[in-house]
Each structure stands twice: as C-alpha cells, then as structure tokens.
Write a protein that binds this ligand. Structure first.
Ligand code: SF4
Length: 290
C-alpha cells in the first residue's frame, strides 16, 4: 500500500469547551487550549499526510480563542487546497459571520436532532436552537455554501426522525448524516438511558432510506459498528484517537498518537483502527462530495 498516495478526510475537535450540555456528548474533557501556531502546524502536517478535507468540530469550535482565530484557521486550511467544514451548534454564529466565511468555508454543518424544541431541550440543547439553525442553513445556502445536518438518534428523539425528512429535502441539504447514539464506557446511567437498540436503529434506517430515496440529498446512516475504529478523530491537543467496540457493545476511546509524530502506517497498524473501513468511508476517491 502506497500510503503517500491516500487522500482522506479527518475530523478535528479543536476545543473541548462548549456552551451546550447535550446529554449524549462524548467530547474530550480537556480544558487546555491549543496555541494558534500549533494549530497551523497540525493543519500543515495533516496536509502532508494526505488530508484533503478537514472538519473543525469541538466541543463548540467557535469557543476556541476567538471567532476570528477560527475563521483564520479555516482560511489556512482552504489555502492548502483542502475542503473545509465547520461542525457547530450555531449559537455564536451570525449571518455576518457567514458573509466573512464565504469563499473560505465549503460546508456548514449544524446538528439538529429533532424539529421539536421540547425534544431538543430534553436532549440538553437550549430553546431557540432549531430556529437559529434554520436561519443559518437558509443563509449559508443563499451564499453558495453546502449545508449538512448531523442527527444523533437516541431513545428521546427516535420517533421524531421521520418527520425531519421534509425539512431536509426542502432546505436543500447536500448531506444528512444520521448516527446511532454511541454509548461510551464511562457514561452514567442517565446517559445510557438514551441507547437505541441496534434492531430499532436498522428499522429506522430502512424507513428513512426509503423516504429519501431518489432525492438530491446524500443520506448517510451509521450504526455503532460502522462508526467505530474508522474515523480519524483528532483531539484538542492534536492527538489522533479512535473508538472501538468492546464486549457488551461498549465503546472505548483509544489514543493513537500525535499528528506530528504518527504517520498513516502507524495509525493503520494500531489494533483499534480498521484500515479497510477507513479507506471505505474516508478516502476522498470514495467520497460522495466532490
Ligand atoms: S453541542 Fe456538541 S460539543 Fe456541545 S455539548 Fe452538544 S454534542 Fe457536545
């Protein structure tokens, strides 16, 4: 395998700080903030490794240093020739910010788990989240950005997912990603009450695939097994990590090593990383976006 020829996408949680407190959150709890110059070095190194689409996530990415620092980082990623994605809860984002990001940001992703405020509130998102997300979706689309929505399926919002299909079609999303809630090993009983049984998730997946078939939206649904050991996640300190399912369907996070020190060969040889899955889901030539 010629690792130097692989072109892939990666996701980087640039901060673990967040203004929301979602019940299902599995972000890193590390308050140390990476310096701006270190962040630029990580971007450069990821480019060298073959990364051609970099998603900035969190925590809430806009809690990293300042909005301008995040926007400048997006510009730097774009200037390397990579596709740029911002995965945000949208709370700190105004229309004027999207004007600034025009031409730098390729994909704006705002997570919405239900179109019902009460259900979102039960999951830990503030009232107003949906209205704000919708305003931003509309405006970003008007500016020519691709808009994407991530939805986590839990026991709380399970019944709300089918009624989201119309909105997804009408708002003009290029992609809708639906994930099965992932129970991390050290989650509390309350968090574990969000678990959706794998058969129920598969039935929902079929229903949504049927509802969305032949449409313009690229629908991606991922159960826990598909999500595990395939994502190249980078934590706020620039360390690559992945998730692996252990006995009783529990998920454990494994750190693989710093972006600055680990090459693809070492990443793929880690026991918690599945090279085939990574190439199937995250290699750019298999990627539906371009
Ligand atoms: S918005 Fe995202 S990072 Fe923030 S608490 Fe919710 S899931 Fe976690």
């Amino acid at each position: 395998m010629m690792y130097s020829r692989i072109r892939f996408s990666a996701s980087w949680s640039i901060t673990s700080v967040c203004n929301y407190d979602c019940l299902y959150c599995y972000r890193y709890r590390d308050e140390k903030i990476l310096e701006v110059n270190e962040a630029y070095q990580i971007v450069d190194r990821l480019y060298e490794l073959g990364c051609r689409k970099l998603s900035l996530a969190g925590g809430e990415p806009l809690c990293w240093h300042s909005k301008n620092a995040v926007f400048d980082l997006v510009s730097h990623i774009k200037s390397k020739g990579m596709l740029t994605e911002l995965i945000t809860n949208g709370w700190f984002l105004e229309k004027g910010d999207l004007d600034v990001l025009k031409g730098r940001l390729d994909i704006l992703t705002i997570d919405v788990d239900s179109l019902c405020d009460q259900i979102q509130f039960q999951l830990g998102r503030p009232v107003g989240h949906i209205a704000r997300a919708k305003r931003l979706h509309l405006y970003a689309k008007k500016l020519g950005m691709k808009i994407k929505m991530n939805t986590v399926v839990t026991s709380v919002n399970f019944d709300c997912i089918p009624e989201m299909c119309n909105y997804v079609r009408e708002a003009g999303f290029y992609r809708w990603k639906i994930y099965q809630f992932m129970p991390i090993l050290d989650f509390s009983e309350k968090e574990r009450s969000l678990i959706v049984d794998k058969n129920a998730f598969e039935a929902l997946r079929k229903e949504i695939e049927h509802e969305m078939e032949n449409g313009a939206v690229s629908l991606v649904t991922e159960n826990n097994r598909q999500m595990a050991d395939s994502y190249m996640n980078i934590n706020p300190q620039g360390v690559i990590h992945t998730n692996r399912i252990r006995n009783k369907e529990q998920i454990i996070k494994y750190e693989i090593g710093k972006v600055s020190e680990v090459g693809l060969e070492k990443m793929f040889s880690h026991f918690a990383f599945d090279e085939d899955k990574f190439l199937r889901y995250h290699q750019m030539s298999n990627y539906l976006f371009v």
